[in-house]
Ligand binder design. Structure first.
Ligand code: GDP
Ligand code: MN
Length: 382
């Protein structure tokens, strides 16, 4: 679960990481009320889960009520890289002297936690990593050892920050590490971490991803529900209890079992197509599940062909076939269907489909053949 900036800052505050005081606002009047309570100048910030808000005009300084009205009015409803702004965070403006970058995340290949700190903050870290990789001080942290003060000091020294920022940064990094570990986050990022003109170090932005496997340990996460900005297809699939991940391509995919679904994506890519989704209907899927899966895929305007790949084990191919026929009666399918059935009751399944075969419902003998047909029906290169 990814948090909005304001939620990330609220989470940071639980772990004593200094952030500017502020409040959320869903309309212009609330933004004005927040600004009056905080005191001018304030910064009005768009709450969307995408970076580059500053460049897109989603972050503005306001010196008085008129400016808050003006900026809040402009930013609410604004589209920032495909995300509509529904909420603002209004916070006390900071007088910035320098902007840094700090984060913790899991480095799976190193089997350790990774900390990154850079004197070049404010810009996208990917850009720094590419153009000036030595400007990022990295450390690996063994979870058993944790981040000791000695190690933290060495790390901060290696990043060549303004010496004035040293103490504040050491404190924040140790608190941020605690937030990352005890807060069960998979990522905590502060960009920019700023040194203010008054010599304080504070988190000016917050990016926090929580590890949902730990949700039972964190009743306080309930406050964040609704933070997830699923796309429309994903919300629909979630409501139907389907294991669905939206992708960018044009071939809708339904398979049973995560392994087979992954292999199906690979095979479609291998024959030159591009998958519109990952969808695992699971073991023992019945007609209803198949019909639901088809209705989700059918609602995706990018889909040009659908590939159903079933290897029957617990899942019975005749049940899947019934689901396909039912779905074709229930929903007006916009794309042709290519079906490959193998395994338990596949003969019965194929008979059911053959009885309903049309130029919109195509049977294929193997997975590769099915993938090729689907890709060609989608118009070639997916
Ligand atoms: P992002 O662009 O989505 O990453 O949003 P950030 O919260 O990181 O803000 C982008 C930039 O806006 C920062 O790097 C700052 O330069 C500027 N900014 C944000 N808050 C303040 C503030 O309180 N005072 C000043 N002067 N600038 C700010
Ligand atoms: Mn930022």
């Amino acid at each position: 679960m990814d948090l909005f900036e304001y939620q990330g800052k609220q989470y940071f505050a639980r772990y004593n990481i200094p952030v500017a005081s502020g409040d959320v606002a869903d309309d212009v009047e609330a933004a004005v009320a927040a600004a009056e309570a905080i005191g001018y100048p304030v910064v009005v910030k768009a709450q969307v889960q995408v970076g580059g808000r500053g460049k897109a005009g989603g972050i503005k300084l306001a010196q008085n009520e008129a400016e808050v009205r003006h900026h809040a009015g402009n930013i609410l409803g604004m589209d920032i890289r495909g995300h509509t702004v529904h909420r603002l965070w209004v916070e006390a403006a900071s007088a910035i002297a320098e902007e840094y970058y700090a984060s913790f995340t899991l480095d799976r290949s190193a089997k350790n936690h990774l900390g990154m700190l850079s004197a070049q903050g404010g810009v996208e870290i990917e850009q720094v990593a590419e153009e000036n990789p030595q400007a990022i001080a990295r450390i690996h942290i063994d979870p058993v050892d944790g981040l000791t003060e000695t190690v933290c000091r060495e790390w901060v020294a290696a990043a060549n920050l303004n010496p004035q920022a040293t103490e504040g940064t050491v404190d924040i990094l140790r608190q941020l590490y605690t937030c990352y570990i005890e807060g069960d986050a998979s990522l905590v990022e502060i960009n920019p971490l700023v040194l203010t003109q008054a010599g304080q170090v504070i988190a000016l932005d917050a990016k926090v991803s929580l590890d949902e496997s730990a949700a039972r340990r964190h009743p306080e996460w309930d406050d964040f529900s609704g933070a997830e900005t699923l796309d429309e297809r994903e919300s629909k699939a979630k409501a139907l209890g389907l294991q669905y991940v939206g992708l960018e391509g044009s071939i809708g995919i339904i398979a049973n079992g995560a392994g087979l679904a992954m292999s199906t994506l690979d095979v479609v890519a291998e024959v030159g197509g591009s998958p519109a989704n990952f969808l695992d209907i699971g073991g023992g899927a019945n007609a209803d599940v198949v019909a639901n899966a088809l209705s989700v895929i059918n609602s995706d305007p990018q889909v040009k062909a659908i590939f159903i790949n079933i290897f029957g084990g617990i899942t019975r191919c005749d049940e899947v076939a019934k689901g396909i026929v039912e779905a074709m009666q229930r929903v007006d399918l916009k794309s042709p269907l290519v079906v490959r059935l193998d395994g338990t009751n596949s003969d019965q399944g194929r008979e059911i489909l053959q009885a309903n075969e049309t130029d919109r419902l195509i049977m294929a003998g193997t997975m590769v053949e099915a993938a090729r047909k689907a890709v060609s029906l989608a118009g070639g290169n997916g």
